[in-house]
Design a protein around this ligand. Structure first.
Ligand code: GRF
Length: 211
């Protein structure tokens, strides 16, 4: 089977990144992580990547000089790095910047994000707190293709988790994260196997044996 070249963008802790690394190393996801890029030089995600011998790039948002279009200018640099490593699929694994048209155009339906809620509920920041504030009984996580609207792209996979009486942001986040760490590698596997097809904003998953 063909191995897909994956570039990962991460800003923080890197638990999702670690889950992808572990599955790739175990041979359960037909992918090669060609580069891990961060906007935060202190991101533990970068350290995790280095520990596994992966190429890392820190791109400093402050190094962008185009004051009129800082997001696009930053993303042009990102795109150069992704091109240098010939990434075919881009994963936002806890990446805290909003991506601009520069990346969206280059990686249309080839860029995925993981979000800690059952979208379209609770997009944006502090999704777990939003879920608690609304008193929902079920929350979860979503992997979706990235489009212009924040957390709005076609949904690829979702997993639900119960919200328990007395949950805090920490306990709920941890329960959701455990599912995230299985869901994101699974989505990459489906993509690599050519099983994802998008029509009219809906993702269809082809099951069964591929020719
Ligand atoms: C995860 O909850 C993810 O859903 C959200 O940011 C968090 C990243 O965690 N987008 P980590 O960096 O993967 O540990």
């Amino acid at each position: 089977m063909r191995v897909i070249r994956v570039g990962i963008l991460a800003s923080g802790r890197g638990r999702n990144l670690q889950a992808i690394i572990d599955e790739v190393e175990a041979g359960t996801v037909p992918a090669e992580i060609v580069v891990v890029i961060s906007d935060n030089h202190k991101a533990p995600a970068l350290e995790r990547a280095r520990l596994h011998g992966l190429a890392t790039v820190f791109l400093d948002p402050k190094s962008v000089t185009d004051a009129a279009h800082p997001r696009q200018a930053y993303d042009r640099k990102l795109l150069q790095a992704l091109n240098r490593y010939q990434a075919e699929l881009v994963i936002l694994a806890g990446y805290m910047r909003i991506v601009s048209s520069v990346l969206l155009d280059a990686y249309a339906l080839r860029m995925m994000n993981i979000h800690p809620s059952l979208l379209p509920s609770f997009p944006g920041l502090r999704a777990q707190q939003q879920a608690l504030d609304h008193g929902v009984r079920i929350s979860g996580c979503t992997v979706h293709f990235v489009t212009e609207g924040v957390d709005e792209g076609p949904i690829i996979l979702q997993r639900a988790v119960p919200v328990h009486e007395g949950d805090t942001v920490e306990t709920l986040s941890e329960r959701i994260l455990n599912e995230e760490c299985q869901l994101l590698p699974q989505a990459i596997r489906l993509f690599a196997e050519g099983r994802l097809h998008v029509t009219g904003g809906t993702v269809h998953i082809r099951t069964g044996k591929l020719a």
